[in-house]
Design a protein around this ligand. Structure first.
Ligand SMILES: Nc1nc2c(c(=O)[nH]1)N[C@H]1C(S)=C(S)[C@@H](COP(=O)(O)OP(=O)(O)OC[C@H]3O[C@@H](n4cnc5c(=O)[nH]c(N)nc54)[C@H](O)[C@@H]3O)O[C@H]1N2
Ligand SMILES: Nc1nc2c(c(=O)[nH]1)N[C@H]1C(S)=C(S)[C@@H](COP(=O)(O)OP(=O)(O)OC[C@H]3O[C@@H](n4cnc5c(=O)[nH]c(N)nc54)[C@H](O)[C@@H]3O)O[C@H]1N2
Ligand code: SF4
Ligand SMILES: [Mo]
Length: 763
């Protein structure tokens, strides 16, 4: 059986293919009907082992995306300020000229890179992005992580030992879910891969459990939940600290027998949290002390419970400390690493938590380097994106002169956008690997378009590491490549070859072979690998059989050497790429299993409950109790938060008509009391001002948002000159990141504060 099946009842030319949607973390299975290389129909794959037929409105638009006339098919080069279509050879020549000129004059550190969100769901970028970055040889690496999930990774690093050890709520078995700063009814879930998240939530209720949502806005998720707690933005850390305090004070701490031998720092933690009583934090959180105390008791008394925090808890001033406290409550309530609690995935392929010696490791730290201008620390090998503009604009030794973006639109996605927009115009040279000429790529000297999402293989190497079940699913390309169109990995491998001085005619197979060769060589020498001691040449030959190459060869290798792998013949029936191709609906390796202590990589071999850095940050957190979160002095006395919509996908799917038609979604939601106090009526154009910028946008008045808080979605503002987005331009909206402040960061991870921005609103 292949993923391309002849439909028995249809005409000869009708083919049905199954593939995983690559648009968001849910990774839903799609059933795609193709006739003469034209997609005729897309619907949910009822037999998908994980999604069981669920899709959202975006999933079926892969066809419109493929057909979008604005989607780039040929490279663009900027000549006299205007982008013109060129051949691939001409584009490569321009990349070589521009990048080598910068490298030869200013050195490799003058080249920066930005990896955007879609790289996370892109097999080419997950395998060859690293190849390109290593070839450039720069430490000036940036990505969407510092406007997203990095605090969870840093907290996980300190507690469990690696930046990939992030527990996920065991949605399908828990009896109590406390969900903070997440709206899966719009987002479909994040750092918790769970297609049909809504059904999994109602499942909790159907088996008699409870869902509590903590969010300043009554989202669809909050509406469906059993209880909504309208917290003040940025105060979840205090709320969780108080819950943990109550667990200690009311003698509710129940460390499971399973965990008891594997935790450090319980006494230090108790002491550090002593001052965070519900009474102390209640006012600033906007919740009653009684509610906080009750929630603590409910978590402790539920048969199983899981605490889960997302964007509203990470892109805030205390992102890392809050993420730590999420798992502190999971541990104290007896729910870490037990079914129905917060558990760790055992990834089938490429899992960072399955490498190294089980149970112990070197641990985690940040600050292996610092940015030049603001001296901000590195974390997981990259710098805060909020520092990119100043690194470009500030002259001196080490100034960034060139930029490579891969699937990123930082001009719309990152803080103080106007400053970044200006900075990109100052670069000597910029290359973008992207499918659109948009707000960011309009600054690029060369845009290199990869094939469309239907023309490539797919395996969600990254997000299946945070799935609520252990699942593997591989999709083959559905439509053929256009004549002369390189695959995305070939584009990245070619960039690698060019910056290494190998010339534009370099054969990408050479870097492909070198990359897999080094994976094989290290595995056969690794005593923890299932192919330790084997002959590297034999493994190379086996994995390269039938001309297999590129990302497919790498994923095959990762599957076979992974925890379920066939170990190249040693474990009969184990995972291989071939096996996945024979199972186009995916393979389910079951519910999550306890992984402590094997998963730990801390030097102590224990779960660190009270890492020094995090305990020390509690002083800063406590200051909020005295200072509050509202800035009354500047007059910017409302707090701006973001908002996602089911039909948007960050900054880039607004050029698809079916997703944007209808009423404008880019509005400022205000509570009636705040609107009234400012004389604002429904639909009025209001000015929203922050420390760094101003936008004008229509007001939408609604009591679904708590007083003192306003909400504006991100990813809009498609009116930039020189972009080519016919539909998006007509529904431009405004860019909310004109308002977010590049100086507001979670200092422990360098993640930007995107929620809780002080703003003034005037009619
Ligand atoms: N104010 C505010 N800002 C936010 C957020 C927020 O909540 N509030 N959320 C933040 C978060 S969580 C994230 S992840 C970031 C996302 O921000 P970015 O990292 O900028 O990602 P996108 O906005 O998704 O932009 C994707 C880009 O990739 C291109 N693209 C799409 N598919 C492909 C592909 O397969 N290959 C290539 N090469 N290019 C492709 C698109 O054309 C587009 O240019 O935004 C952040 N910004
Ligand atoms: N349709 C759609 N799906 C997406 C995306 C998209 O743009 N559109 N983006 C994808 C990406 S890149 C990501 S990272 C995920 C994000 O997935 P989620 O984290 O679920 O994203 P949001 O829907 O932004 O939910 C964040 C919630 O936090 C609330 N909030 C804001 N500030 C605070 C606060 O201080 N405290 C608390 N408790 N809550 C707060 C907001 O009101 C909002 O409801 O979604 C992914 N899925
Ligand atoms: S929820 Fe995400 S993965 Fe599923 S169909 Fe929608 S965009 Fe695709
Ligand atoms: Mo994200």
């Amino acid at each position: 059986m292949s993923t391309l099946q002849q439909e028995s009842s249809g005409t000869e030319a009708n083919k049905v293919a199954f593939r995983t949607c690559p648009l968001c973390e849910a990774g839903c299975g799609l059933e795609i009907t193709v006739k003469n290389n034209v997609v005729t129909h897309i619907r949910g794959d009822m037999q998908d082992v994980f999604s069981g037929g669920f899709i959202c409105p975006k999933g079926s638009t892969l066809k419109q995306l493929h057909d979008d006339p604005d989607r780039l098919r040929m490279p663009l080069v900027k000549r006299n300020g205007v982008h013109v279509e060129v051949s691939w050879q001409e584009a490569w020549a321009e990349v070589e000229r521009g990048l080598l000129a910068v490298i030869n004059t200013h050195g490799r550190e003058s080249v920066a890179t930005y990896m955007g969100n879609p790289t996370a769901h892109n097999l080419s970028a997950m395998t060859f992005g690293r190849v390109a970055l290593q070839a450039i040889g720069t430490k000036q690496r940036f990505s969407a992580s510092t406007v997203d999930q990095l605090p969870k990774q840093v907290a996980g690093g300190y507690m469990f030992g690696t930046a990939a050890t992030v527990p996920v709520p065991d949605l399908d078995r828990t009896q109590y879910l406390l969900m903070l700063g997440a709206n899966p009814y719009a987002s479909n879930g994040s750092m918790c891969t769970a297609p049909d998240f809504p059904k999994r939530l109602t499942g909790i209720q159907e088996r008699g459990g409870k869902v509590v949502v903590v969010d300043p806005r009554k989202t669809r998720t909050a509406e469906v939940a059993d209880e909504w707690l309208a917290i003040m933005p940025g105060t979840d850390g205090l709320f969780l600290a108080a819950i943990a305090h109550v667990l200690f004070a009311d003698k509710l701490v129940k460390v499971t027998a399973h965990l008891a031998a594997h935790i450090n720092g319980l006494a230090e933690l108790e002491q550090a949290l002593e001052r965070f009583t519900p009474e102390v934090v209640a006012d600033v959180c906007g919740l009653s002390a009684e509610t906080i105390r009750r929630i603590a008791h409910e978590i402790a008394e539920a048969p199983t419970a899981a605490v889960y925090g997302r964007i509203g808890t990470t892109t805030v001033a205390f992102g890392t400390t809050t993420s730590w406290l999420v798992d502190v409550v999971n541990v104290l309530s007896g729910n870490l690493d037990t079914p129905g609690g917060a558990m760790f995935t055992l990834p089938v392929a490429g899992g960072a938590t399955t490498r190294g010696t089980p149970g112990k490791g070197r641990g985690f730290r940040v600050g292996k380097g610092h940015t030049r201008v603001r001296h901000l620390p590195e974390a997981i090998g990259e710098y805060p994106i909020a520092a990119l503009a100043e690194e470009v604009l500030t002259p001196g030794e080490g100034q960034i002169k060139a930029l490579l973006t891969i699937a990123g639109n930082p001009v719309l996605s990152t803080p103080h956008s106007n400053q970044l927009d200006e900075a990109l115009a100052h670069l000597d040279f910029m290359v973008s690997v992207d499918i659109y000429l948009n707000e960011t790529t309009r600054h690029a000297n060369v845009i290199l378009p990869p094939p469309s999402h239907l023309q490539r293989d797919h395996y969600d190497l990254l997000l299946l590491q945070f799935a609520v079940r252990n699942v593997a699913n591989y999709s083959e390309a559905i439509l053929p490549l256009e004549e002369g169109q390189p695959d995305e990995w070939e584009i990245l491998a070619k960039i690698a070859a060019i910056v290494q001085g190998k010339g534009i005619d370099a054969d990408v197979s050479v870097s492909d072979d070198a990359a897999i060769r080094s994976m094989v060589n290290s595995a056969v020498k690794d005593s923890n690998s299932n192919i330790c001691g084997r002959d590297a040449d034999e493994i190379m030959n086996e994995v390269s059989r039938d001309g297999q190459r590129g990302p497919a060869r790498m994923i095959d290798f990762m599957l076979r050497t992974g925890p379920y792998g066939d170990a190249f013949g040693a474990a009969i029936g184990g995972a291989t790429l071939q096996l996945l191709k024979e199972h186009p609906h995916g393979i389910d390796y079951g519910a999550l299993q306890p992984r402590i202590p094997e998963i730990l990589r801390t030097p102590s071999g224990k779960v660190e409950l009270a890492p020094e850095v995090l305990v020390n940050d509690l002083d800063r957190l406590y200051e909020v109790v005295n200072n509050g979160v509202v800035d009354n002095i500047s007059g910017r006395n409302l707090l701006l938060i973001g908002r996602r919509h089911l039909r948007s996908n960050n900054s880039w799917m607004h050029n698809i008509n079916v997703l944007v038609k209808g009423k404008s979604r880019c509005t400022l939601i205000m509570n009636p009391a705040d609107a009234h106090a400012r004389g604002v009526n429904e639909g009025d154009l209001v000015s929203v001002q922050s420390r760094v910028g101003e936008v004008r946008v229509a007001a939408e008045i609604s009591d679904t948002i708590r007083p003192g808080v306003v909400s504006l979605p991100h990813g809009w503002g498609h009116d930039a000159e020189g972009s080519q987005l016919q539909i998006a331009t007509q529904v431009a909206g405004v860019n909310s990141n004109i308002l977010t402040d590049h100086e507001a960061l979670d200092p422990l991870s360098g993640t930007s504060v995107l929620n809780g921005i002080p703003v003034a609103v005037h009619r």
